[in-house]
Write a protein that binds this ligand. Structure first.
Ligand SMILES: Nc1ncnc2c1ncn2[C@@H]1O[C@H](COP(=O)(O)OP(=O)(O)O)[C@@H](O)[C@H]1O
Ligand SMILES: [Mg+2]
Length: 350
């Protein structure tokens, strides 16, 4: 396919094709209140900020049709695609396949490459890879659907039961943490039958919840360690990011849920956590930007829970807020993400 050459000599104005779910294409203008409550909040902020930086941005809403990408690429000749997808055809995780398609079309893209997306989205593969590299992850077992639940004696209670494949804390509530066999079997059945996926059972790590942003392709930058705070959580409740905690403003208010740069962690522990997160990023072959989730136990040991390539990038979400704390405002962050996308070579493993 004939493509216009990108302007030479670091001309900074780019044609950017912003890929997003078709239901999340934002309006051209909206009031601050509308934006704050909108499902298309991230899309709106990203398109607006990229335009403010002088780029020519074309939002492209995707449903189940791949052809529209190719048509837009031929017609608009983007220098890069800004990837705001979390799936394709309403299958979570199929954004990896769209990125693989862009790789074949030789269109640069922001965020993670297709292989990194594939590895990091599978929590079981992620944990196997990380254990090989001696990165602390909680003991775990997978319980597939349609098979008899057999107890693995290696796993010590308390345990947490999650969906193997879904994110956004879908299926996670206070009842996900179990202390006995009956509750374990019940919760696995809930994931199988009500959530409709295989179940991942992990040792429950009591402790603080930390998030660390990482940016880069080869040279990596770890953002300040960020912490999810439970300021008014009753003592008898587990301090975990349940579905309600993530999505209900009323719940957040009631339990004093907030997040901020982590305080009162020794500098050497902080540095070790950031180093661990860079190793996670490398070992999962991530690129662009990601957020690593961890739990810090009472002995100062940090356990990696999961890696999130292409995390929520809206200015009021943890990733952008921790970047701002490190002196990178939202515009500069997006510019960095675009620059990383333009310099990534998808054929490096070819
Ligand atoms: N092994 C664990 N120990 C303690 N808490 C956990 C563990 N696994 C998950 N959690 C809690 O559940 C939340 C969601 O789990 P996570 O694996 O990050 O799923 P998601 O992809 O939905 O974000 C975490 O943010 C954390 O609060
Ligand atoms: Mg998570």
């Amino acid at each position: 396919m004939a493509r216009k050459k990108p302007p030479k000599n670091g001309a900074r104005k780019r044609r950017i094709l912003a890929l997003m779910h078709e239901s999340l294409v934002p309006p051209e203008t909206a009031s601050a209140e509308q934006v704050a409550a909108a499902e298309w909040k991230t899309e709106y902020h990203v398109v607006k900020a990229l335009r403010q930086l002088g780029h020519e941005v074309r939002p492209l809403g995707l449903g189940s049709e791949l052809g529209v990408i190719r048509a837009a690429v031929e017609e608009f000749q983007p220098h890069i695609a800004f990837n705001l997808l979390e799936g394709f055809d309403d299958v979570p995780g199929w954004d990896a396949n769209v990125i693989a398609y862009l790789e074949l079309l030789k269109v640069p893209y922001t965020g993670c490459n297709s292989r990194g997306l594939l590895l990091a989205r599978d929590k079981s593969i992620t944990k196997k890879l990380l254990s090989y590299h001696r990165i602390p992850v909680a003991d775990f077992a997978v319980f597939p659907r349609n098979r008899r639940v057999r107890r693995r004696s290696k796993l010590k209670f308390p345990l947490i039961v999650k969906s193997l494949t879904l994110d956004a804390s879908i299926g996670i509530s206070q009842a996900s943490v179990v202390e006995d066999e009956d509750k374990l079997a019940e919760r696995i059945r809930f994931i199988h039958e009500s959530i409709g996926t295989d179940a991942l059972v992990e040792r429950y790590i009591e402790g603080r919840e930390l998030y660390v942003g990482v940016l880069g392709n080869e040279r990596l930058q770890a953002l300040p360690v960020w912490e999810l705070l439970f300021q008014k959580m009753p003592e008898d409740k587990r301090r975990i990011a349940t579905e309600r905690l993530k999505w209900s403003l009323a719940y957040q208010k009631k339990h004093g849920i907030d997040s901020a740069a982590a305080q009162d962690i020794a500098p050497e522990v902080m540095a070790r956590i950031q180093e661990t997160c860079k190793r996670v990023y490398r070992n999962l072959t991530l690129s662009g930007y990601a957020r690593i989730d961890l739990r810090l136990d009472g002995s100062g040991q940090a356990w990696v829970i999961e890696a999130n390539p292409n995390p929520q990038v809206a200015p009021d979400e943890d990733f952008a807020r921790s970047a701002a704390t490190a002196g990178t405002d939202f515009g500069a962050l997006l510019e960095k993400i675009v620059t990383l996308g333009l310099s990534w070579e998808p054929t490096r493993w070819g």
